[in-house]
Design a protein around this ligand. Structure first.
Ligand code: DPP
Ligand code: ZN
Length: 873
């Protein structure tokens, strides 16, 4: 397979002004008729051939302006169709056959549970019809869907329904009209036996919009939260960005088989059922919050993505980074803002940092790719969002909003680039953002080494910062970035943020300094007492910042920092120092001794009255094994696990009564609601329960067992069940697991959780369980959610996936080899843990590489090929 390069971009020779489609649905032979209204781009010379994309299509007929073409007038290849000579303006008619039932890749038109649905982003539309399948071709669409009236009573597509009727042979049709020009990747079609929940929203200009969520009948009781989230999102986008919805109808459809979380098709969002269905008994608090965030994300795309879209796929972060930033702010506004930030950053520093340090590292705007679906990554999405967040902080909200208004206004209905977006921000603010643009082209995580010194005599605090971005594949040398660093100086006597004066300018007690050079010095004057610096507040830039904090400094910040995020981070850093000692002790075979400063810091947290329980729950949570691993030069899986268990158990033993009190104080019989206060209370209670269970004494076990049996809501049930199953008390866990599995055998989303809980247990039988469960009737390799729940979850089970006999790696590679044929997009995703082999010690490296070599020997899809080649390069 050949790479595509950003530098090869050329505008399309022909544009489509209007697209008419007719689908006559059939599982093995769906007939797709397309009439494209085409015209040559004025800048293109006459005589340019017409090139259309098309894959896995059987061409039945082709005509221009009503005249069927002779065979020598066009050429077919595996990837498309070329018509040698065409007029300046013309109608192209084609007719193709496709086979939705054979489509296991879940790109294009496919069948899920007897229901037809589509996924066209990024390049799925070319599996539906011959088309210039690129985002810079935007057309209005008119779509007629024909299907069996009994089996497929509901026929949906983008826009508004304009006509419907009966047809001979028990068939019927609906015609949909989408007046907003859109690229083909936003096309959608759904047909099936679906039921709807309906509601309405009146927009800020007073237009009434009908809102519908379409599901299978048994899921009708799981749509309330998504509907409420949608309405909140619509309101928020009006209030925050003045963005109003632009059709009379907005539909969401839930499907079981879906590669992504959800898809923002114009007027017809298609969702993975896991990203839309919730019920107190089937979904956890985390799932409720995730659904809220994803519903909002897809809705926000209506402007940041659909009205203004990407010129080419290299600009993917233009819509994704901006939209993730928007959904993060929305969730922060609706929930606990500091906890949202803590959770986002915590995930980011674990997973995106790992991507940036691995063989598939790439800039937010890559300059080449083989398979674009491999680039729906944490870098494009999450780092892209961090960069937009930096822009919003650099400009300040008011100017950022003006920039965003200008962007939407100037480019409405167009396909544009990241320069266009940043250009609007520069224009409204007058800021020079040229150095800032390097964030988009340079891969890798910048590292900042910081030194600070207080001069008692001069009352000065001198901060020296040095930045360096490590080499990444294809980018050996990096330039300095423009890094905004928010900080404060916390007085060691007063415990308060001190006033900041820099170059004679008074800056308040919390400010942003700009690191632009490789090395820069900042001298704060009139600093009345010795401070501990609180650096990178709120994670103001996606960097690794090192500062030689002592443990007392960290305990101090944990207590006094005025920035919640940095208070939490100080606790994490303190725990990390203790964990590092314990990892070393484990490796050297010496006795492990718990750092009493960590115990005392936790005791202090438990003793303080707090009004934000959600933040406290985060502060009491230890860094994950994955995050700890990310901090090590070479990962020792077993030492990390042992060290973390040791800390957990030591804290549990030392603070048992406090945890018990916390647990009791936060128990509640109130009816479940996915509201911030309740969620906070439950997380705090469940953190306490986890510590109580860490020592596995009778009382802890009894509490977990009672909570499981009470069956109050899924958050509590799942947490209790996980604690039992992950403990050594198989005698108690097994009956609970069995009861749960039988009770929920009918519900695929709950069964996903049942799979994950079992295969993430640290006990040595996890791998055997995976193999056993792969034969379970509820499991299927054809369903991406099942693959993620069983195989993906197992690969996060660090001690078992990284077994020294290589059986974990072998199992993953076997699944990748099978999925390479069934669903290349998912195959290329679940392979990720194997690509990180450089991070481990010798024996594991060799075992992982051997599995990658075994995969490489297969006949590979472009998706898997690209990832494996990079991993072994
Ligand atoms: N549906 C995916 C998302 O919204 C891809 N656009 O991020
Ligand atoms: Zn998105």
């Amino acid at each position: 397979p050949q790479p595509t390069y950003l530098s090869d971009y050329r505008p399309p020779a022909y544009r489509v002004t209007h697209t008419e489609l007719t689908f006559d649905l059939d599982p093995s032979a769906t007939r797709v008729k397309a009439r494209l209204h085409l015209e040559r781009h004025p800048e293109h010379e006459p005589g340019a051939a017409l090139e259309l994309d098309g894959e896995q299509l059987t061409l039945k007929a082709i005509a221009i302006d009503g005249q069927p073409l002779d065979e020598d007038e066009y050429a077919l290849t595996d990837t498309g169709l070329r018509v040698h000579r065409v007029p300046q303006r013309f109608l192209l008619d084609t007719e193709v056959n496709i086979a939705p039932e054979a489509n296991t890749a879940l790109e294009g038109l496919y069948l899920s549970n007897g229901m037809y649905c589509t996924q066209c982003e990024a390049e799925g539309f070319r599996r539906i019809t011959y088309y210039p399948d690129r985002p810079d071709v935007m057309a209005t669409f008119s779509t007629t869907v024909i299907g069996d009236a009994v089996q497929l009573p509901i026929l949906l597509s983008n826009g508004n329904p304009v006509e419907r009727g009966e047809l001979p042979g028990g068939r019927h049709f609906v015609t949909w009209d989408d007046p907003h020009p859109k690229p083909s990747y936003l096309f959608a079609l759904v047909a099936g036996d679906l039921k709807k929940v309906e509601d309405g929203f009146t927009t800020m200009s007073g237009r009434d919009v009908t809102l519908q969520i379409w599901v299978e009948e048994e899921n009708l009781d799981k749509t309330d939260h998504a509907m409420a989230s949608l309405k909140r999102a619509m309101q928020w986008d009006e209030e925050t960005y003045a963005r109003e919805y632009d059709l009379d109808l907005f539909m969401i459809v839930a499907v079981n088989d879906f590669n992504m979380g959800a898809m923002e098709n114009k007027g017809l969002n298609i969702f993975n059922s896991a990203a839309v269905l919730t019920h107190p008994h089937t979904a956890t608090d985390a799932a409720f919050q995730q659904v809220e965030g994803i519903v909002a994300h897809e809705y926000f795309h209506n402007w940041s993505g659909n009205r203004v879209t990407c010129r080419d796929w290299f600009q993917l972060s233009l819509k994704e980074g901006f939209t993730v930033f928007r959904d993060q702010c929305f969730s922060a506004d609706t929930n606990s803002a500091p906890v949202k930030r803590i959770q986002d950053v915590s995930f980011f520093r674990t997973a995106q940092f790992a991507e940036d340090a691995g063989p598939t590292a790439h800039p937010i705007r890559p300059d080449h790719y083989i398979e674009i679906t491999n680039f729906y990554t944490l870098t494009i999405y999450e780092k892209g969002a961090q960069v937009v967040r930096m822009l919003s902080n650099l400009l300040g909200w008011e100017a950022f909003r003006r920039g965003s208004d200008l962007y939407f206004e100037r480019y409405d209905g167009q396909a544009v680039t990241i320069e266009d977006f940043v250009g609007c921000m520069a224009e409204v603010s007058g800021l020079d953002l040229s150095q800032f643009m390097r964030w988009y082209s340079q891969a890798g995580t910048p590292e900042i080494d910081t030194q600070g010194e207080y001069d008692y005599a001069k009352c000065e605090y001198r901060l020296v910062l040095r930045q360096r971005t490590p080499a990444t594949p294809g980018q050996p040398d990096k330039l300095p970035l423009h890094i905004p660093l928010r900080l404060g100086l916390v007085g060691t006597k007063s415990g308060r943020d001190l006033p900041l004066t820099l170059d004679g300018e008074s800056l308040g007690s919390d400010t942003v300094i700009h690191l632009r050079e490789e090395e820069q010095e900042f001298v704060f004057t009139d600093v009345s007492e010795a401070p501990v610096p609180s650096l990178l507040r709120g994670f103001s830039a996606p960097v690794k910042l090192r500062f030689p904090y002592g443990r007392e400094d960290l305990a101090f910040l944990l207590q006094h920092d005025s920035d919640d995020f940095n208070r939490w981070d100080a606790g994490q850093r303190l725990a990390m120092l203790a964990l590092e000692d314990l990892i070393a002790a484990h490796r050297n075979g010496v006795e492990k001794v718990m750092d009493t400063r960590v115990v005392e810091a936790f005791r202090g947290l438990l003793a303080t009255e707090t009004d934000d329980k959600a933040v406290l729950a985060e502060m009491l949570t230890l860094p994950t094994e994955a995050y700890i691993a990310e901090q090590q030069a070479l990962v020792d899986v077993d030492a990390i696990h042992a060290a973390r268990e040791f800390v957990k158990q030591s804290l549990a033993a030392a603070l048992r009564d406090d945890f018990l009190r916390l647990f009791e104080e936060n128990r509640s019989d109130a009816a479940y609601a996915p509201e911030p206060e309740q969620i906070a209370q439950r997380s705090l209670k469940n953190v306490a329960l986890a510590y109580l269970m860490a020592i596995e004494d009778d009382q802890g076990i009894e509490l977990a067992r009672t909570q499981f049996a009470a069956d109050h809501n899924m958050t509590d049930v799942r947490h209790a069940l996980t604690l039992l199953v992950h403990s050594s008390r198989t005698d108690i866990a097994e009956p609970a697991l069995k009861a749960f599995g039988e009770a929920w055998a009918h519900d695929p989303l709950v069964m996903d959780q049942w799979f994950s809980i079992q295969v993430t247990r640290p006990q040595p039988d996890a791998l055997e369980r995976v193999k056993f469960l792969m034969d379970h009737p509820a499991f299927s390799l054809k369903n991406p959610n099942k693959v993620r729940a069983l195989i993906g979850a197992f690969a996060q089970n660090r001690v078992n996936f990284h077994r020294l006999d290589g059986a974990g790696y072998r199992l993953l590679a076997d699944v990748v080899i099978t999925l390479n044929q069934l669903n290349p997009e998912i195959a290329a995703r679940i392979i990720t843990p194997l690509t990180r082999w450089q991070r481990f010690e010798e024996p594991r490296q060799e075992l992982m590489k051997a599995e990658l070599e075994r995969i490489r020997a297969e006949e590979l899809s472009p998706n898997v090929y690209e990832v494996v080649e990079k991993a072994l390069a």
